[in-house]
Design a protein around this ligand. Structure first.
Ligand code: BGP
Length: 471
């Protein structure tokens, strides 16, 4: 299998502003929806930041980015996926002029990446819409959001276009169906939201994303825009034909997003779905033209697979945002996310068969409780063999997918440095190669320490994946 990672394979890690930066009101930043979600998607939301929100301090990446990017460079990162907090650039979201201090900050962060030859990949909107846009306009339910987003992306392309070639318009765009507030900044509670309103919000995001593609291509030579899909392969719970139809239905709910963003128009099966559910969307002829600005590559996150069945099933539950029926053949993480390396090879093949676009694995990793050990020199480490095993088995499947003929541009391990969980708002759910001394009760020095996986990943990158096959 060795040698299947082509030269120039983009090895790296991924983070999101709201989960690591902290400094939630610094340099003119406005509140984002995350600042009022102390418990992630799991808990109640409020209108004020509250005391128990780990994201307000995060891991203080806002002030410590130099040290962190140096550590990423030591691991050999070729790419760093990071997001820009919209509320640092437009604190409320509907201002005429951007916040210069916010713009200046990201120049420094990007320069730091480039200093080490690390290619930045920027997510424009990663679950961190300005709160004001949510409260005043009801987020993406409102068509006016397209204009606010368009103004924001034009600022980003003008400012950072010479430094950033890889962009992602929306993180896990399909998650809006499950989490309309976190993903779509929609203040109306999910229970009160009609399907028509929800899919209209989706449409607004599609148009905004396509406009971002258009502006990127016009403003940034060589700029590449990716869609970003929460991928979750669906298996039939049994070989019953009806279960297979249940799989098809569940898959279409998510394929729909890629189909529009890659192919540039609404698929027939969705038009039928809208008819049957008496959903009438406002889609102008101009919108239809804009949607033809399709993405250059397909990025996706991969953590888990699920099963589907045509029958009611009492075991149905959520894992990473989207839910399903657990697979009796798989083990699961401490947070109940089932571990399925083969699913990654499957999904890579599936996306490529469907779209024939280059693929990018923008997130993958294991959230686990780490137990730090004190070394002889007094520093900390974590013997995270479980994380190494998870990543190693998944990367071997990536190699197989490349051997299957799938063009994979790169791989960014999620939470390459410990950060706050999006799902639960916890610090104890750690993904990193770098341990951050910060805890759920707010204690900790915020110092950084290398875990065992740090050295392991360094070797994987240095050998371009060959070390995965050493034993
Ligand atoms: C994805 C999000 C990330 C990240 C990851 C892990 O859905 O894009 O922001 O957090 O999941 O999820 P969690 O933090 O809930 O473990």
């Amino acid at each position: 299998m060795e040698g299947y990672f082509q030269d120039g394979f983009l090895w790296g890690g991924a983070i999101a502003a709201n989960q690591c930066e902290g400094a939630y009101l610094e340099d003119g930043k406005g509140l984002s929806i995350q600042d009022v979600m102390p418990y992630g998607i799991a808990g109640p939301k409020s209108d004020s930041p509250g005391e128990n929100n780990k994201k307000l301090v995060g891991i203080d990446f806002y002030h410590r980015y130099r040290e962190d990017i140096r550590l990423f460079a030591q691991m050999g990162f070729k790419i760093l996926r990071l997001s820009i907090a919209w509320s640092r650039i437009f604190p409320k979201g509907d201002e005429k002029e951007p916040n210069q201090a916010g713009i200046a900050h990201y120049h420094k962060v990007l320069d730091e990446c480039l200093k080490y030859g690390i290619t930045p990949m920027v997510t424009i909107s990663h679950y961190e819409t300005p709160l004001y846009l949510s409260r005043k306009y009801n987020g993406w339910a409102n068509r006016e959001m397209i204009g606010f987003y368009e103004k924001y992306v034009k600022v980003l392309f003008k400012e950072y276009g010479s430094k950033v070639k890889y962009w992602i318009s929306f993180n896990e765009i399909n998650s809006i169906l499950e989490e309309p507030f976190m993903s779509g900044a929609i203040s109306t509670p999910k229970e009160a939201l009609s399907l028509e309103e929800l899919y209209q919000a989706v449409h607004h995001e599609f148009v905004a994303s396509a406009l971002a593609v258009k502006h990127l291509h016009e403003m940034v030579p060589g700029g590449k825009m990716g869609c970003m899909l929460l991928s979750m392969p669906v298996y039939p719970l049994s070989p019953k034909p009806d279960d297979m139809m249940a799989v098809l239905e569940a898959e279409r709910k998510n394929f729909f997003f890629g189909d529009v963003q890659v192919r540039g128009s609404y698929p027939e099966y969705m038009k039928r779905f809208f008819e049957k559910n008496e959903i009438t969307l406002t889609i102008t002829p101009e919108d239809e033209e804009i949607l033809k600005n399709t993405v250059d590559y397909v990025a996706f996150s991969y953590y888990v697979s699920i099963c589907e069945s045509a029958q009611e099933n009492e075991n149905r539950r959520k894992s990473n945002i989207i839910g399903g029926i657990p697979n009796p053949y798989l083990v699961e993480s401490e947070w109940g996310w089932q571990i399925d390396p083969v699913g990654l090879r499957y999904v890579l093949n599936q996306w490529y068969d469907r779209y024939q676009k280059p693929l990018f694995i923008a997130e993958n990793g294991l959230g686990a409780v780490d137990k730090p050990l004190i070394k002889e020199d007094g520093t900390l480490t974590v013997e995270d063999d479980y994380r190494i095993a998870y990543l190693e088995t998944h990367l071997k499947e990536v190699a197989k997918a490349i051997d299957d003929g799938v063009p994979v541009l790169g791989y960014t391990a999620w939470g390459c440095i410990d950060l706050v969980s999006a799902g639960t708002g916890e610090m104890r759910k750690r993904y990193g190669f770098i341990y951050v001394d910060r805890h759920d009760d707010g204690s900790g020095t915020l110092k950084r320490y290398r875990k065992k996986s740090f050295d392991w990943y360094q070797k994987v990158i240095a050998t371009n994946g060959k070390s995965l096959f050493d034993c």
